[in-house]
Design a protein around this ligand. Structure first.
Ligand code: SAM
Ligand code: SF4
Length: 335
C-alpha cells in the first residue's frame, strides 16, 4: 500500500478517482442523456485502456486507493471485463468498484468478480416495468433485477442501488423501491436530482425532491431505524425492521458534503474534472500523448488538485434552477 497522501489547498485528503471509460450508453435516462443520443467521441478522442492504466498507476502513486469505473455505461465498452483484470492487477490493495445501469451485468458479474472487481452500484429509478422503461427510455427492468441478483451471487458486495428522486416520476414508488431491501441484502440509496445537463429542465419544472422529504414520507410508511454501513460514503442509512438491506439518502444538493469531498473524476477523453459543479477540467490526454513522463503527469495532477473548488453551488438561488449547470454532462463525467 502506498503511503503518499495528496491534500488539496483546503486540507481535504483526495484519494478517490472515478474513471469514466466511455460516454456511450445503452439507455437514455430522462435526467442524463438527450432522447436522440449524443455526439459520440471519436475513437481517437477517447483514452485507450493502456492510457487509463498508466494514469491509474500514477494516481495510486499519489496515494489514491479508491477507484470507480463508470461511464456512460461502462459495460458497453468492448474489452471492459479484461480491462477490470488489468486495472485490479495494476492497483494492488485498492478498492475497485463500478457504477452500471445493470442491463448487461447478469452475464458478466461472476467474471468481473474473478477479475478483481470488488463491488457494484446499480442505477434503479423504478421497480415498475412500464415506469422503468419510461425513465430510461426503453430499459428492461427484469434485466437489471437479474443483474442485481447475479451481482449478489457473485459476491460483488456491498451491492448498492441508486434511485434519483423525481417528483411526478418515481416519488410515489419510493416505498416499493425501499421494500426491495426486505428480501435482498442490498443498499438502496435515494439521490437528490442534481440540476446538471439534461436534468436542468426537469429541475425547472419542479422535479427536485429534498431527501428530507423523501425520508419523512418513508418514515410514515415504515418504522425506519438508523443503520451504519461500513464505507457508506456520503449517504445516511436506515433499516426497515427485519430487512436484509438498508435504505440510504444522498443529500448532494440540499446539504452538500463538499467540505469532506475526497474525489476527482477522469473523463472518457482524459480530462481531470475537479468538481461536478465547476467546469474546471485539466487535460491529461494531450500531455500524455505528447510524451510527458510519469513525473510530469504527476506534477500536472498535483497542481490541478490544488485548484479543486471549495464547494458547488447547485440549487442555490441563481444557480441550477436557471440552468447554469446545463453544460455539465453526467454521461461524460460518470456521476
Ligand atoms: N451508466 C451508469 C449508471 O447509470 O449507473 C454509470 C454512469 S451514471 C452517469 C452514474 C450515476 O449518476 C447514476 O446513478 C445516475 O443515476 C446518476 N445521475 C446522472 N444524472 C444525475 C443527476 N442529474 N442528478 C443526480 N444523479 C444523476
Ligand atoms: Fe446511461 Fe447511466 Fe446516464 Fe442512465 S444515468 S443514461 S444509464 S449513463
Amino acid at each position: 500500500m502506498n503511503s503518499a497522501v495528496l491534500v488539496d489547498s483546503l486540507g481535504r485528503r483526495i484519494d478517490y478517482l472515478r474513471i469514466s471509460v466511455t460516454d456511450r450508453c445503452n439507455l437514455r435516462c430522462i435526467y442524463c442523456m438527450p432522447e436522440n443520443g449524443i455526439q459520440r467521441l471519436g475513437h481517437d478522442e477517447m483514452l485507450r485502456y493502456e492510457e487509463i492504466l498508466r494514469l491509474a498507476r500514477i494516481f495510486a502513486s499519489l496515494g489514491f486507493n479508491r477507484f470507480r469505473i463508470t461511464g456512460g455505461e461502462p459495460l458497453v465498452r468492448k474489452g471492459i471485463v479484461d480491462f477490470v483484470r488489468e486495472l485490479s492487477a495494476a492497483l494492488p490493495g485498492c478498492d475497485i468498484s463500478m457504477s452500471t445501469n445493470g442491463i448487461l451485468l447478469a452475464e458478466v458479474a461472476a467474471e468481473l468478480k474473478r477479475n478483481g472487481l470488488h463491488r457494484v452500484n446499480i442505477s434503479l429509478d423504478s421497480v415498475d416495468p412500464h415506469a422503468f422503461a419510461e425513465v430510461t427510455r426503453g430499459g428492461d427492468l427484469n434485466r437489471v433485477l437479474q443483474g442485481i441478483d447475479e451481482a449478489l451471487k457473485a459476491g460483488l458486495v456491498p451491492v448498492k442501488t441508486n434511485t434519483v428522486l423525481m417528483r411526478n416520476v418515481n416519488y410515489g414508488e419510493l416505498p416499493d423501491i425501499a421494500a426491495l431491501t426486505l428480501s435482498r441484502p442490498i443498499h438502496v440509496r435515494f439521490i437528490e436530482l442534481m440540476p446538471l445537463g439534461e436534468a436542468c429542465s426537469r429541475w425547472q419544472a419542479g422535479a427536485f425532491v429534498p431527501a428530507s422529504e423523501a425520508l419523512a414520507m418513508l418514515r410514515s410508511r415504515f418504522q425506519l431505524r438508523q443503520a451504519v454501513l461500513d464505507g457508506g460514503g456520503p449517504a445516511r442509512y436506515w433499516r426497515i425492521p427485519g430487512a436484509a438491506g438498508t435504505v440510504g439518502f444522498i443529500t448532494a444538493v440540499s446539504s452538500h458534503f463538499c467540505s469532506s469531498c475526497n474525489r476527482v473524476r477522469l473523463t472518457a477523453k482524459g480530462g481531470l474534472a475537479l468538481c461536478l459543479g465547476s467546469n474546471l477540467e485539466v487535460d491529461l490526454r494531450t500531455p500524455m500523448r505528447s510524451g510527458s513522463s510519469d513525473e510530469e503527469l504527476r506534477r500536472i495532477i498535483v497542481e490541478a488538485i490544488r485548484r479543486k473548488p471549495a464547494r458547488h453551488h447547485m440549487g442555490e438561488p441563481g444557480n441550477g434552477g436557471g440552468g447554469e449547470y446545463g453544460w455539465r454532462e453526467m454521461f461524460s463525467i460518470g456521476g
